[in-house]
Each structure stands twice: as structure tokens, then as C-alpha cells.
Design a protein around this ligand. Structure first.
Ligand code: KG4
Ligand code: ZN
Length: 347
């Protein structure tokens, strides 16, 4: 029987998040982004683990309070067990195991990328496979054909930087705080079209494989050629120059994605185009995805903004979907897997 009340725990990176899902519907949801990493320009794993340790219990108490429930009302716990930072994952998994054990309820370790993939249907949109899914986050750029729940075929990924990673690194050069994706997105929307033409990198004979590190280098070379570097490492830019670079960067990212994805959508093979992960919060990219989908008559399904970046709701919801599909609870010795894949190992 599918547990009705599921507590979801997400601690794979720098968001400490918990949520309660009842019968597949989110009724409480708390996300704390650990801003302490800003000054380091990236996530410091050890500090992330310690912050999760401090923030997780209050987050769980808060969602229980918001939902008007006590721990005894929870029927199961779903927790991210990978991929992610090992120490950060451990905090969430250890908490989930302890909570489940104390209440004698099952827990299930779930895959973070799979959480992003299904987060688009959190709002109860009816997603019917086969559909095309794109997960774009700080750590992943993954194009997937979803044949059925749990049956995923990898169409393409990045050879180097994920899109979020590219935006965060480029953002640092431009002078934005970490994580920079939302700032770049905002500035790009104001300044598009850009006068700058950064490369749209394609891999010969691999139309769905991406590579974004060259784009980052192109931005760096542009900055070095035209602007003075400050002591902070960022470059000295006027607001207008910054906007122009952001727009040029987002146009290059959007075109690169469109070149790979538009032909797949036109094939008529898919019931929908589903996008998830932190970068799917980009208004710039959402606009472009919308155009692509309208051109091919494919419905576009993207989570609301609060469920694009890491959150506990997508984890609780994935737990719900897994139990519903007949998955068994995890064993007591279930461990974290920092490099967990969405795909079954080749047999
Ligand atoms: O999914 P997520 O929260 O964490 C990972 O699983 O990696 O994604 C975080 C990434 C960061 O790189 C951040 O800069 C980017 O998502 N991001 C955005 C926006 N909001 C967050 N990128 C573009 N536009 C946004 N509005
Ligand atoms: Zn994520």
C-alpha cells in the first residue's frame, strides 16, 4: 500500500529542505538556501554538511507544524541519497534513517536527478510517457527520453561544465554573487539582443552531446581583451556591458539547447517536453523553450519557480511515485552514492 503521508528530505548540496506530501500533494514545503557559501564563490562541502546538521531538524519541525501534523502522522520518509556531496547527503540520510527507525516506518533513498525530472508533475499535471526531459542544474545537463516511470534512456549530457556551473563561473567573472544563474538571467532579459556572438559549441556526430566549458572560456577571453580585471578577480564593467555579456551568454546557451532539442520535438515522438533543475527557473530559457514547443506543437511542462531549484517536495513526491509503482523501502544499510546515476548500469 502506498504510504499516504511522506516526509521528504533534501540535503544533497547547499539547500536544506524538507516537505510533506499527502497522497501525492504538497502540503508543506520549506527550503533554506545556505547563503554562507556566497563569500567563497562556490559551495564549500564541509560547511554545507555542518549547516545541514544545524538546519535540518528545524526544517522538519517547521513542515510538520505547517501541515498541522506530528511525527506520528508520517507514514514514510523519502530522502535524497545521491548524487550530491557525500557529507551533505550523509546528514540527510542519517536523519531520515533515525526518524524512520524511531517511528517504525519505512524510508526510501531516492535519486536527486529523478526528483528534478518528475518535479514538473508536482502540480498534478498529467504526464504521460513517452516524453522528452531536460534536467539543467548546477551539477547536471541531461537530456533523457522517458519511456515509463523508472525507464530512462540517456540521449545526451555535457562533456564538461553543466549549464548552471557555466553560469555560476561566468557570473563570478562578471561580478555577481554565487550562485549567479538568476542574476545573469535577469540581466540577459533586459539586454537581449546582445551585440556579442559567443560560440554555439556542437560535437560532430553527437547532436545531443553538449560542451559548455568553451563558452566560459570565450566569455573570459572577451573580458580579458576588453576590460580591466579588479582585485576581486571580477572585471570592471558598466551595467550596460554586463547586460550585453549576460544576454550574449544566454543567447548562446539557448541556441545550443535549441539546436539539439528542436529536431527531437519535431519528430512527433513525445507527448511533452519536460524541463527541471535550478536552471529551468530561467525566464530567458523558458521563453525559448515555449517558442520551440509552440513550433512543434508539443506541450511544455516546467515546475513552478520554487520547485526548479533543490527542494524537499520533489523528493517526497518521488518517494510517493516510487511507492505507488511498487518500489520497496530501502534497507537499513542503504548508503549515500555521491555519483548516483539515473540509468541502470549496462548489463
Ligand atoms: O537544481 P539546483 O538547485 O542544484 C543542483 O542540483 O545543482 O540548481 C542550481 C543552479 C545554479 O547553478 C544556479 O545558478 C542556477 O541553478 N539557477 C538559475 C536560476 N536560478 C538558479 N539559472 C538561471 N536562471 C535562474 N533563474
Ligand atoms: Zn538539484
Amino acid at each position: 500500500m502506498t504510504p499516504r503521508v511522506i516526509l521528504g528530505i533534501e540535503t544533497s548540496c547547499d539547500e536544506t529542505a524538507a516537505a510533506i506530501v499527502v497522497d501525492g500533494k504538497v502540503i508543506a514545503d520549506r527550503i533554506t538556501r545556505q547563503i554562507l557559501h556566497e563569500e567563497f564563490g562556490g559551495v564549500v562541502p564541509e560547511l554545507a554538511s555542518r549547516a545541514h546538521e544545524r538546519l535540518l531538524m528545524p526544517a522538519v519541525q517547521a513542515v510538520l507544524g505547517d501541515a498541522g501534523l506530528t511525527p506520528m502522522d508520517v507514514n514514510a520518509v523519502a530522502v535524497t541519497s545521491g548524487p550530491g556531496l557525500a557529507g551533505a547527503l550523509l546528514v540527510g540520510l542519517a536523519f531520515a534513517k533515525g526518524f524512520a527507525r524511531a517511528l517504525e516506518i519505512p524510508f526510501i533513498g531516492v535519486n536527486h536527478i529523478e526528483g528534478h525530472l518528475w518535479s514538473a508533475s508536482l502540480g498534478n499535471t498529467n504526464l504521460t510517457p513517452p516524453f522528452l526531459a531536460l534536467v539543467i542544474s548546477g551539477g547536471h545537463t541531461l537530456l533523457v527520453e522517458v519511456e515509463a516511470f523508472g525507464k530512462y534512456h540517456k540521449l545526451g549530457t555535457t562533456r564538461d561544465d553543466a549549464i548552471g556551473e557555466l553560469l555560476d563561473k561566468a557570473g563570478r567573472m562578471i561580478g555577481f554573487k554565487f550562485p549567479a544563474g538568476a542574476s545573469i538571467d535577469r540581466e540577459a532579459l533586459k539586454a537581449t539582443p546582445s551585440s556579442l556572438q559567443f560560440p554555439r559549441i556542437r560535437i560532430p556526430d553527437e547532436p545531443h552531446t553538449f560542451s559548455f566549458s568553451g563558452l566560459k572560456t570565450a566569455v573570459l577571453y572577451h573580458l580579458r581583451r576588453n576590460h580591466r580585471q579588479l582585485d576581486t578577480g571580477a572585471f570592471d564593467l558598466t551595467e550596460q556591458e554586463r547586460g550585453n555579456i549576460c544576454a550574449g551568454l544566454m543567447e548562446a546557451v539557448a541556441d545550443t539547447l535549441q539546436l539539439a532539442i528542436a529536431p527531437l520535438l519535431s519528430s512527433g515522438k513525445y507527448t511533452a517536453f519536460v524541463v527541471g533543475g535550478g536552471v529551468s527557473a530561467s525566464r530567458f530559457l523558458r521563453g525559448r523553450f515555449q517558442e520551440m514547443c509552440e513550433a512543434s506543437g508539443t506541450p511544455l511542462i516546467i515546475p513552478p519557480f520554487e520547485h526548479c531549484t533543490d527542494n524537499g517536495a520533489m523528493i517526497a513526491y518521488l518517494g510517493h511515485l516510487k511507492f505507488q509503482a511498487g518500489a520497496l523501502p530501502s534497507d537499513a544499510d542503504h548508503g549515500v552514492n555521491p555519483s548516483a546515476s539515473l540509468f541502470a548500469p549496462a548489463s
